[in-house]
Design a protein around this ligand. Structure first.
Ligand SMILES: *Cc1c(COP(=O)(O)O)cnc(C)c1O
Length: 388
């Protein structure tokens, strides 16, 4: 750390409502509450829902929220305008993206039968792929070790589906290189950015990802159960029929036509009525990013995680902790994990000492760094700020 005041204080810590004395290192699981969100929700409930009632869809712009919020996320992940929509959960968006990617296969590509993923992927992503492969004979899911992904990309692969940052270890995939390799082999690529959006610079346009999905409630601070996002590369968006063909993905939802006609672009990925209150919270939470440079966030995140590793390894030497994350910060997302045989008990003890991280079976304790509100103080004062 260079002692710069922003880094000592957390870039925007004063804009978050965090309990005094708490060291919160779990923003990779549930982001902290931005202060402005409470007023926005209050207004959305009382002034919009309460007073406007049904008129809120137009008067308060509820109907535009999925695209408007998607536009804010697009800027954070290097996606072109109008290529990101927000709604449903990440799991559901994986389902939509994977079906769409498979549907893009032409009849001449019948030799492509493999959905390739890795054992570092988040279970729900793998479960969704298992469900699709189980329901449609043509596809088989192949799961390899993260280090073996590049070597497993060949002409049998229809879709490469990966999460950029491993939720347990923080290991970072080389998104540009793997996307390019998949494209050279003729496969489509889906990236799950759950632990990337708001944590690292992402440049979807440049890596030419075909589809991407990600979470609203982790580094984006949209609140528990915040809706997720989905990105579709613009030149694909009109080339598949959405597998979940709901009325919000219809060309003219309010024509109440009996036959489904997909909307153009990523809009066709929408399904049903958007969750207006949750979208309102995420919309306001995203305003905190408007003047933030993701490269600065990344530099701060690396400084914090390096400091954390150094402090833990010097203060806890002989305690049986082993670094589970890559030591090279360029190969790591915005989290640091350690293994310990009694990891669960260690994390419970930390939490009762007002330091919140989390535990992932069988032996991983995990600490996320969100430079919007985390700072060197969180790392250096593990017993809490106010001496509690
Ligand atoms: C957190 C996370 C999810 C969560 O999915 P939900 O549908 O929101 O529960 C999915 N995939 C990855 C990679 C995640 O890290």
């Amino acid at each position: 750390m260079n002692g710069d005041s922003a880094q000592a204080a957390g870039l925007k810590r004063s804009e978050f409502d965090l309990p005094d004395g708490l060291v919160y290192l779990d923003g990779n699981s549930l982001g902290a509450l931005p202060r402005a969100v409470a007023a926005r929700i209050d207004g959305a409930v009382k002034a919009e829902w309460g007073r406007m009632l049904i008129r809120g869809w137009n008067q308060a712009g509820w109907v535009d929220l999925p695209a408007r919020v998607g536009g804010k996320i697009a800027k954070l992940i290097g996606a072109p305008d109008a290529s990101v929509m927000v709604g449903d959960s990440t799991s559901v968006n994986v389902f939509k993206a994977l079906n769409a990617a498979l549907d893009l296969m032409s009849d001449t590509e019948s030799g492509r039968t493999v959905i390739l993923s890795d054992s570092g992927n988040f279970p729900t992503d793998l479960y969704i792929a298992q469900g699709i492969a189980g329901a449609q004979d043509r596809w088989q899911l192949k799961i390899v070790d993260p280090d073996e992904v590049a070597g497993a990309i060949d002409e049998s692969v229809a879709v490469l589906m990966l999460t950029e940052v491993d939720y347990r270890t923080g290991r970072l995939h080389d998104m540009a290189a793997l996307s390019a390799a998949a494209h050279r082999a003729g496969a489509r690529v889906i990236w799950d950015l759950a632990h990337s959006a708001g944590a690292l610079p992402v440049d979807l346009g440049n890596v030419e990802a075909d589809f991407a999905v990600g979470c609203g409630y982790k580094y984006l601070n949209g609140g528990p159960g915040a809706p997720a996002f989905i990105y579709v590369r613009p030149d694909h968006a009109d080339r598949f029929g959405p597998r979940i063909s709901g009325w919000f993905g219809h060309e003219a939802p309010f024509a109440f036509d009996q036959h489904f006609r997909p909307a153009s672009g990523v809009q066709r990925m929408m399904v049903g009525t958007p969750p207006v209150l949750s979208l309102s919270a995420l919309d306001t939470a995203l305003d905190l990013w408007a003047d933030v440079d993701m490269h600065e966030i990344r530099a701060m995140s690396i400084a914090l995680s390096q400091l954390f590793i150094a402090e833990v390894e010097s203060r806890c030497a002989g305690f049986g902790l082993r670094l589970a994350s890559p030591r090279d910060p360029q190969r790591r997302g915005s989290q640091v994990s350690f293994r310990h045989a009694e990891g669960y008990a260690v994390m419970q003890a930390l939490i009762s000492g007002n330091v919140i991280g989390d535990f992932r079976a069988p032996d991983i304790i995990r600490f996320g760094f969100a430079p919007l509100y985390n700072s060197a103080d969180d790392v250096r004062q593990p017993t809490g700020r106010s001496g509690r």
